[in-house]
Design a protein around this ligand. Structure first.
Ligand code: UD1
Length: 365
């Protein structure tokens, strides 16, 4: 019996590990698949609700590291994860995405001689001021197997001199989850609860430090809402970082005064998927949501200067706008009038990515 550990830490990790866990269950006679939750995200709405929605078992280990500076958080994860590896001696560690838990657990594993597989490898924004870009570069430099979602990731890894045998273009595990749960998400009653109508609202998610940590950035975001509010309902589940920053910069009252802006607490996976599927437009700075909207054919304006997921712009429905108020307002209005980019679904985003990954890994351990 071989033992494999998958690491989850923050909200965008759960929907990536869920399909891997399901795929490993088919090999339960030969592989024990354990889940370690670092506790990087810990609020019920940022973490626990996803285990229920995605039918994940309780984590086998919960490290409870919580928030902190980058150094504190990364260091705490490393110290606690090392204890787990010394106890379990797994044959392989799987990390996903680009959060602090991803790089911290990769580093601990390779130093103990345990192979690491990185799922969602090779993505590059080219912007080293983003903590995630540093996490991606470092994780890919030390991981043994690199599972890639789109062709640009393969090109990036080749450019960095990664050996061909480590690179596997397998598609997108997050889309595996989306396809698996889309029907179930249709049963969510969130739209009725909010009193909005399908295709008549704009869904917003914004949490990047570059957008929300400064008063100027938050001010521009509120200006965008004020300018589009006459044409659309705005549904905004607010990330804890953004809530904290709105309060810190004294902008809560201005936000509350915007007609048709609904500020919500963070919501679970199924409710969120239902909202994306029914939105007329999505405004975001998330990575994953650029991909989910491309898959669903929903227009998406990304409030960033760059993206590590260029396929969503090249063939999908995504459009990079930066935090340029005029551009975002003009493109939103065009979409409200029915002018929208038609997209295609990228190659291998077909619901079988986890199966491909598990087949590769099982043949190796
Ligand atoms: C983290 C990831 C980011 C990812 C995002 C998704 C890193 C470096 N960043 O950013 O890549 O896109 O998650 O959500 O790994 N907080 C809570 N409750 C929680 C978690 C956080 O209230 O459960 C608050 C804390 O006040 C914390 C702040 O949110 O200080 C930011 O959390 P943190 O984990 O540092 O980064 P995120 O912005 O969530």
């Amino acid at each position: 019996m071989k033992t494999i550990i998958s690491v989850v830490g923050a909200r965008p990790n759960f929907m990536k590990v869920a399909p891997l866990h399901k795929a490993f269950q088919k090999h339960a006679g030969s592989v024990r698949h354990l889940i370690v939750h670092t506790g990087q995200h810990y609020d019920e709405a940022m973490s626990k609700v996803f285990f229920g929605d995605l039918e994940l078992p309780q984590p086998d280990f919960y490290l409870g590291v919580g928030s902190g500076t980058h150094a504190q958080q990364t260091a705490k994860i490393m110290v606690e994860f090392e204890k787990v590896l010394e106890q379990v001696h797994p044959d392989l560690v799987i990390v996903v995405g680009d959060v602090n838990s991803t790089v911290a657990c990769s580093l601990v594993s390779v130093k103990l001689g345990i192979p690491v597989a990185h799922v969602e490898a090779g993505l590059r924004s080219g912007d080293r001021t983003m903590p995630e870009e540093i996490n991606r570069l470092l994780t890919d430099a030390i991981a043994d197997d690199l599972f890639v979602t789109e062709a640009s990731g393969v090109a990036n890894l080749r450019k960095e001199g990664v050996e061909e045998k480590k690179i596997h273009l397998v598609g997108n595990v997050m889309i595996d989850s989306l396809m698996h749960y889309r029907e179930k998400a249709k049963q969510s009653t969130i739209i009725e609860t909010l009193g909005v109508k399908p295709k008549q609202f704009t869904l917003v998610t914004l949490h990047r430090p570059s957008n929300v940590d400064t008063e100027e950035g938050l001010g521009k975001i509120l200006t965008i809402f004020e300018r589009i509010a006459a044409h659309t309902e705005i549904v905004f589940p607010v990330h804890p970082r953004t809530t904290k920053m709105l309060a810190q910069h004294g902008l809560g009252a201005r936000a509350k005064a915007i007609p048709s802006l609904r500020l919500l607490d963070p919501i679970g996976y199924l409710d969120f998927l239902n909202l994306v599927d029914n939105a007329q437009l999505v405004l975001t700075d998330s990575g994953g949501i650029q991909e989910e909207t491309t898959f669903l054919g929903i227009p998406c304006l990304t409030l960033r200067e760059n993206t590590e997921r260029p396929i969503t712009c090249d063939i999908g429905t995504n459009d990079l706008c930066g935090l340029d108020v005029e551009k975002v307002v003009a493109r939103s209005e065009a979409i409200f009038l029915g002018t929208q980019k038609r997209g295609r679904i990228p190659e291998l985003w077909d619901g079988n990515s986890a199966k491909r990954i598990v087949e590769v890994l099982i043949s190796k351990i």
